[in-house]
Design a protein around this ligand. Structure first.
Ligand SMILES: *Cc1c(COP(=O)(O)O)cnc(C)c1O
Length: 413
């Protein structure tokens, strides 16, 4: 692409975003969709008798993860009516992922969990058709994955689905000794990044033994920098959720990194008929939707979005603090996952005799139903990142109602 075209692309894109924003009540950048924008005539919640919930907590799979960005929905709706060759589509999106994330290649998976499975399978089979067909028990001894014991987590079972045995080690010396002819991969969990070996040392040891590395960063974007960081450090495979803060389709995710491995992972995936990854099929709408969500995320003004979250925290916090005895605090992220600010409310038990779990339950049982997290004693955690624009005031109002009612009751007793 010529430099002029690059510049042209840069100026055109935000404008295009603005045009879409003009149609919707709020800009995509400001927060995402508003409930009014998606009001449909047919009420499926009512029809099925299930309660729609306002998510004032965080992305949780049981609570249907996140809401999709308007761009994601637009991609789903506008592509649903045509057929497409799925191999061609996956390859085309792979090229875009490579360009956007500055890596060799990428693919859309059905969630980060499927990225873990397909990446592990890729390290075992390469492009060998017989091995792919014989997974999870290809000819030969059981394959091994090396992992730091302090990084052990529930998702290890996904790697085991690919037939491997996980060898847990402590420190560089033990890791060095764990390599043998059956070792196929070393896996790192970003949520445990400060435990035992750092990224660089872990990758260096694996490279010394010519073994591929995978990192799970499923819930670790934002910050946006994390999209680019780990391929630079030298990880060969990166697993990311599409349905968390990227706000793509809830059952989509990304696997990206080394082209040779992504090619092998694709051979282990749908639309091929019988490989181990066939149960992790991704439909074309989710592929387009995932691509649109990623593009929207990398092009977003992240500082502006962060400020919008802080503004919401202040708005809800101020309303709550209008009740005597309530204190509002902005909680900044600590650690490597769920990197966004939240609101912590605490109150004086003497003047407001209700605990955090009771407040949380009252909000959940109220109308509309609001999901928050009741903390220890007299505290409540309120998440603001997944609220639709018109839900911020609803949440503020309901919290104030519940705490005021408890304060009035306490005063009387
Ligand atoms: C959420 C999560 C996963 C699974 O991601 P899905 O996209 O839901 O499949 C894997 N690993 C970690 C650390 C996670 O937080």
């Amino acid at each position: 692409m010529k430099r002029r075209d690059v510049l042209k692309g840069l100026t055109v894109l935000p404008l295009a975003g603005g045009a879409i924003a003009g149609v919707l009540p709020e800009t995509a950048l400001a927060a995402g969709n508003s409930t009014a924008a998606k009001a449909a005539k047919r009420d499926f919640f009512k029809e099925l008798g299930v309660t729609p919930i306002i998510n004032a907590q965080a992305t949780m799979t049981f609570l249907s993860g996140s809401t999709m960005m308007p761009e994601t929905l637009e991609a789903i709706n506008s592509t649903a009516h045509s057929f497409v060759n799925m191999y061609e589509l996956q390859d085309a999106i792979g090229l875009k992922i490579a360009e956007m994330l500055k890596c060799e290649s990428g693919m859309v998976t059905s969630g980060a969990a499927s990225a873990i499975l397909l990446g592990t399978a890729a390290c075992i089979t390469g492009t060998d058709k017989k091995k792919i067909r014989d997974m999870p028990t290809p000819e030969g001894p059981q394959r091994e994955v090396i992992k730091l014991a302090s990084h052990r987590y529930g998702w290890d079972s996904i790697m085991r689905t690919a037939g491997v045995k996980i060898i847990y080690v402590k420190g560089a010396e033990e890791m060095e000794k764990a390599f043998n002819a059956n070792t196929v991969m070393c896996q790192y969990f970003n949520g445990a990044a400060d435990r035992d070996l750092n990224y660089e040392d872990f990758v260096a040891i694996a490279k010394k033994h010519n073994i591929q590395t995978m990192i799970d960063i499923a819930a670790d974007v934002p910050p946006v920098e994390n999209l680019y960081k780990f391929q630079k450090i030298g990880f060969d495979l990166i697993c990311l959720s599409g349905g968390k803060m990227l706000r793509g389709p809830q059952s989509a995710g990304l696997l990206y990194g080394k082209k040779e491995l992504i090619d092998a992972a694709k051979l282990n995936h749908s639309p091929y008929e019988v490989p181990i990854g066939r149960p992790c099929k991704v439909n074309k709408e989710e592929m387009f939707g995932m691509y649109a969500a990623l593009k929207s995320f990398v092009e977003r003004d992240h500082e502006k979005e962060w400020q919008m979250w802080l503004d919401r925290i202040k708005y809800i916090g101020d309303k709550a603090e209008s009740i005597a005895g309530v204190k509002a605090e902005t909680r900044l992220p600590q650690g490597y996952t769920n990197n966004f600010p939240g609101l912590l409310l605490t109150w004086d038990a003497g003047s407001i005799n209700i605990d955090g779990n009771q407040v949380s339950k009252a909000l959940k049982d109220g109308t509309p139903s609001i999901q928050t997290r009741g903390g220890q004693g007299n505290s409540l955690s309120v998440g603001v990142t997944l609220l639709l624009d018109d839900q911020v005031d609803i949440v503020a109002r309901r919290i104030k109602e519940v705490l005021s009612a408890a304060a009035a009751k306490t005063a009387k007793s």
